[in-house]
Design a protein around this ligand. Sequence first.
Ligand code: PEP
Ligand code: MG
Length: 979
Amino acid sequence: MGKETNVKNVYLFGDKKADGDASMKNLLGGKGANLAEMNLIGVPVPPGFTITTEVCTLYNEKGRDYVVSLLKEEVETAVKAVEEMMGTKFGDKENPCLLSVRSGARASMPGMMDTVLNLGLNDEAVEGIAKKTNNDRFAWDSYRRFVQMYGDVVMGMKPESKEDIDPFEAIIEAIKEEKKIENDSELSIDDLKEMVKRFKAAVKAQTGQDFPDDPWEQLWGSVMAVFDSWMTKRAIYYRKLNDIPAEWGTAVNVQAMVFGNMGANSATGVAFTRDAGTGENLFNGEYLIDAQGEDVVAGIRTPQQITKEGSKRWAVLADVKEDDRAANFPSLEEAMPEIYAELNTTQNNLEVHYKDMQDLEFTVQDGKLWMLQTRSGKRTGAAMVKIAMDMLKEGMLDEKEALLRVEANKLDELLHPVFDKKALAAGKVITKGLPASPGASAGQIVFFADECEKFENSILVRIETSPEDLEGMNIANGILTARGGMTSHAAVVARGMGKCCVSGAGSLRIDYKKRTMIVDGKKFIEGDWISLNGTTGEILEDNIATIKPELSGDFGELMTLADKHSVMLVRTNADTPHDSKVAREFGAQGIGLCRTEHMFFEEDKIKAMREMILADDEAGRREALEKLLPLQRTDFEGIFQAMHDLPVTVRLLDPPLHEFVPHEEESQKIMAKEMGITVKDIQQKVEDLHEFNPMLGHRGCRLGNTYPEITEMQSRAIIEAALNLKAQGITAKPEIMIPLIGTKKELKMQEEIVREIAEKVFEERNDRIDYLVGTMIEIPRAALTADEIAETAEFFSFGTNDLTQMTFGYSRDDAGKFLPIYLDKGILDTDPFQVIDQTGVGSLMKIACEKGRRTRPNIKIGICGEHGGEPSSVEFCNTLGFGYVSCSPFRVPIARLAAAHANIKQGAWDTDVTKDVLKDSAKNIGDTLSTEYANVEKEAKKAVKKARKEAEKELKNLKSEAKSIFKKFEEEIKNLKKK
Ligand code: PEP
Ligand code: MG
């Protein structure tokens, strides 16, 4: 129990028992909850305890002293329990208990926060460990690692900039130079002792403080350092990238150390229950004999594979001959067959238990397997889809679970280009590395993560990456490293980002100072183009062309499943037949927004458009519109044909007219020549069209209402195009949409023109088609008066771009100047132009839906702002009962999956709500009945009491009456006798 609060702050685990379990991720972090759970299902885990995420929040609010005093008693009790389970003693000279201290947030943030290992060592304990293990080298190597790690993490010795030299690394290099040795493994025990001495002196020199010998001081220092690492720049950046709120905080896991570096019978490794790059159901991973955890992921030694099959595959990629592989790089399966068998069973059990692909960390200490971590493994978009669909087929997941396993936004990766086969075949492969994260990418070489923005397309080339490189990795098109395996930092992070990565390309010679990369004698400098094939590990010269990917197999099945479980349809925003076709291939169920203005920018139309704008009167405008009519009709025919049988929402002209005239003098001169007028005339018109606030100016239906002939021409083009197709046996379903409505009359007047023209054309052609007239809801007034608008509108389509602009009062064109700062400062949680602001804009949408439906119960409602392809916004639209969302073609699959997620979650929500309502009403009925029963009982008791009282009274009366009668009789008898 906490000292000052009644809350439990420390959760113990070990010996197949645990205070927590997997459901407690919010409190114990992912790692802590899973360590507890692994104990509960009998997996061997070194004992330890978890300090909750709530303490991290308290630490940020109230500081170190408060937290230490809050935790002291609980932590001391927990350490005692760990000592008992391990048979060691914390701080003991002879038999010391050594601990690890690791972070662990609710969502995994690989490598972003700090860790301290081998804690509890000092000049005395190191001798105890040396004696106990009979291994001086191991003891002193552990001690120097501890001083270095503690110095870096807790005492702030880590260099801040890339130019600074790590003081510890400098000492190691100096000793190696003095001793004329190359590898760390050649360092003698005395060298290691000397190293510890110099490390401590460096700490004193740089920080002015002595290195702490007291294990308790070491422990508190490490716990606080982990809390501090929650707020480091890289952790904050990672959270931003992955939408992880700062309030979550990290838990701290303190665990008994187990050592993978205790000699040839010890090892350490990381493994995935399935392939995180491709999703293939193949247990895989890497390990190193006689090494400590960080060695495998740091990419300093080349790790070996876990399975024999994986090892053989690796050898092919790494160009290692079979006898060399078997002798020098054997798999764990070959080197430690019994341990492998146990690990294989454990991985299988964990995957079945968690029903998801797991990312595992393990250590073998002197022939005994210990599991250090299990968590859902990060994976590429392709792996995510394959694993979900495979697990569905294996019966591990049901349809809804499988759908929910695939993150909608991550599908984006699958929609990105792959190398064009021909271009790839013609490309020159310069070398090969490991296919760490699949995909294709090309870019210009940069050598430093903070310089990735130098080129529009960059490839980050590093010897190895570290968590500091995260931001650059996110910006670069692809990542290439000379060192590191499939579980190196670069590989894991790249897969999480869905970014193409080739790692461990050993033949690269990278010189950071000269900014060069040499492969086989050929020099590449910063700015040179290279291409990476993350699926094969090939590195190619130049910029290799890419093509769009094919969407079949698992992806197709997933999409079919998504449609089965959603109610909302997904349309697309498209204004060309090509885009319409692409979107249809992605499964679009119609067009939700065809912006007609884009058509006018094409060469054949812009001239007539400009003539119309320059015209002085209606007659002049009509003349120009006559020229536009056939061109526009052909455009619509193309789109209707591509979308045959599906609805197509065509929006009438929307943008301010100034967008169609040139503003630079050069272009004005060309236009003047073409039109046979003076540049001055054009400049005069440009001046006339100038507006201070064009997005709130003469645009949208205001154009159609001031120049009705534009609406007439567009309506005619739409209806004639649909009739032309009908004549060819093709069904077009136009939905004519009036933009930027604020009042019911603005809409009514436009609608009358559309219907009048349609009737005219039907008469001329002696034929008809079905069509709808509706409007966009993108002005707050339209939302608030939607009941009036719905008198005319047959459908509403929410233009959330403008609705957001006008609700917030943020100009769409200028928000870029302050939105990033607002997001940084936390004034806004998300960019409202990307994610619907459900509180504000969402309220207007809700009002509009309710009011609109009041007037026209079956009104068709959809959305066509950019939010229509953003998963959380799609889910919001589902809660408002929209018929469809509409988004750009490449986001259609994402929106289809998000629509299914929305429906599944809402279904679950409805069921939960129903359950709660039923529970509540049952409770209410029960309560009412028992109150009524109590009342009746009370009444009955009262009545019985009253009746009894009355009866007693009656009896008493009767008795006295009988008595007096009896008395009377006696007297009477007496009298009679006398007589
Ligand atoms: C909108 O405002 O949301 C919309 C779709 O229209 P546009 O972006 O063309 O203004
Ligand atoms: Mg708009």
